[in-house]
Design a protein around this ligand. Structure first.
Ligand code: ADP
Ligand code: ZN
Length: 518
């Protein structure tokens, strides 16, 4: 009996059935056609090229940027009795030479290579000698120059198609927004590929996004709901990673820092501990996580905003890969948005890149401000329609909205009357009708807006201001010490042509942690 994809899945991998679109993807590649596979982490991308590799003649060449993951995969394949090997910088010369020989002489079914190795003249000549079953390009979003995993070597991968037009290619990624997808198709020259998009929903992850008030306290409260569980706390800077890890240790937690500024040995030690021991909290920058395959991560916390919705999805996606309930928690504030806008504006990138950066940030802020289901908002960003999930903070605890039109008008008028030259603190002082040295100096107690907001608290005004900034009615001018300025979007509100619904800020009683419904 000749082998079929299903018989291989049963016999070699020990699984009874394909999941989702795996069977169709396998058929496409076995037939010699190109495929682009967008599937969330844990969805089962590897089988999509491993089974065609076994069914087609020759050796599959798998391009992967992650050395650690390569080694794990190869070890797992060898365990199953499959002739697999990898070539990367971790091998000594003799071993590498042996792998190369096996490759050329047709002893291998799968060869994993790092992209920089693949493009060397030496490897290119090996490719000419060997018989190639297919090219698999893993983590294909690394070709996207707008993404934060960009690898310049990935741009060279389109050459594979030029040299070996008859060899099918399968590109795989867990990053699925339309822009990245288009970029992958274009840059890898995959125009004729069949595109497979799996559902990106991770139903066992509960999403919670809180307003940042006392971040340290809020984080500790969140972690108290996850005592003894393993998880990741993401921070945006190395310094904050160190400080947060220290604070968690002092609070009695098993916390370890991880960031790109630490030496390799320490990093590896911390990573090992996180993987092998129970209940370790890894406090990390983005340097940690890509390719970390730990199924029982019970939570991912963000103390700072990620850079985009994709980033948020990728990072939170490291929780609950075993399918058991897990939580994604984030605290964010206006300052995060302001800082990131400044990063984008002050960056070296060209205008087009900056515009994309701002649009991506806007989308993320939209998710944070969402007054309806977070999951619906998240999935719709990836072009996927869904129903309110019942397993996010908004579904479980809908925010109270109030008509903030009048408050918005008062605040916008105050910004305008004070000349669009002052920051949040002064504008709110004028609204509240305070007497300060600055108000005296500028004669602002003479303005018609002085004290028009006295019936509300400072805290309410800060919340209103934050929401107006994140919605783009006000902007913060970094070149003028954080002065607030009106945007075009403020006009219809000031003219009374548009209502502004705002989220109420009063703290609601914390809910008891409820388990997922079956
Ligand atoms: P990804 O690369 O998409 O993150 P993997 O290929 O690592 O996901 O697969 C995730 C897990 O799911 C692995 O443990 C894999 O063995 C398992 N898996 C994949 N496909 C199937 C299937 N059809 N049946 C059962 N388990 C599967
Ligand atoms: Zn929901």
């Amino acid at each position: 009996m000749p082998e079929t994809p299903l018989s291989l899945l049963n016999r070699v991998f020990g699984y009874p059935a394909f999941r989702g679109e795996q069977a169709a993807i396998v058929d496409t590649v076995v037939a010699g056609d190109d495929a682009l596979v967008l599937m969330p982490t844990g969805g089962g991308k590897s089988l999509c090229y491993q089974i065609p590799a076994l069914l087609r003649e020759g050796c599959a060449v798998v391009v992967s940027p992650l050395i650690a993951l390569m080694q794990d995969q190869v070890a797992a394949l060898q365990e199953l009795g499959i002739a697999a090997a990898f070539l990367n910088s971790s091998l000594d010369g003799a071993t590498a030479a042996r792998v190369e020989r096996d490759f050329v002489s047709g002893q291998l079914k799968l060869l994993y290579v790092a992209p920089e190795r693949l493009l060397t003249p030496r490897f290119q000549s090996l490719l000419a000698e060997a018989r190639i079953a297919l090219f698999a390009i893993d983590e294909a979003h690394c070709v996207s120059q707008w993404g934060h995993d960009f690898r310049p070597e990935y741009l060279g991968l389109s050459a594979l198609h030029e040299r070996f037009p008859e060899v099918p290619r399968i590109a795989l990624t867990a990053t699925a927004d339309a822009a990245t997808r288009a970029e992958i198709l274009q840059r890898l020259d995959l125009g004729a590929a069949r595109v497979f998009v799996a559902s990106f929903d991770r139903p066992n992850i509960r999403y919670r996004i809180a307003e940042k008030t006392e971040p340290r306290r809020q984080l500790l409260d969140f972690l108290a709901e996850h005592t003894g569980e393993a998880g990741i706390v993401y921070c945006s800077t190395r310094k904050k990673v160190e400080e947060t890890a220290d604070a968690l240790k002092q609070a009695g937690l098993t916390a370890l820092p991880y960031h790109g500024g630490m030496d390799n040995d320490t990093r590896r030690r911390h990573q090992e501990k996180f993987l092998r021991e129970e209940g370790v909290v890894m406090v990390a920058t983005l340097a940690f996580g890509m390719g970390i395959d730990k199924p029982d991560v019970r939570f991912v916390a963000h103390l700072d905003l990620p850079r985009s919705v994709e980033g948020y999805y990728q990072e939170t996606g490291r929780a609950g890969r075993d399918g058991e309930p897990a939580e994604a928690w984030m605290a964010w504030g206006l300052q995060d948005v302001v800082t990131q806008r400044r990063f984008i504006d002050e960056g070296e990138a060209g205008d087009a890149h900056k515009r994309i950066g701002h649009a991506k940030l806007d989308a993320l802020v939209g998710l944070c401000e969402a007054a309806s289901c977070r999951r619906v908002a998240l999935l719709s960003y990836f072009g996927e329609a869904s129903q309110p999930c019942g397993n996010c903070d908004v579904c479980l605890n809908p925010p109270t909205l109030w008509d903030g039109t009048e408050a918005a008008q008062k605040l916008l008028s105050t910004v305008y009357r004070t000349g669009q030259r002052f920051g949040a603190g002064h504008v709110i002082d004028v609204l509240l009708g305070k007497t300060t040295e600055k108000i005296d100096r500028f004669g602002h107690s003479q303005l018609s807006v002085f004290g028009i907001g006295a019936s509300q608290t400072d805290k309410v005004w800060r919340a209103v201001l934050r929401q107006l900034v994140v919605r783009g009615l006000l902007e913060v001018d970094h070149s003028a010490y954080g002065a607030l300025k009106l945007t075009q979007a403020a006009k219809p509100v000031l003219k009374g042509e548009e209502t502004v619904m705002l989220r109420a800020i009063e703290a609601r009683p914390a809910r008891k942690k409820s388990r997922l419904a079956p």
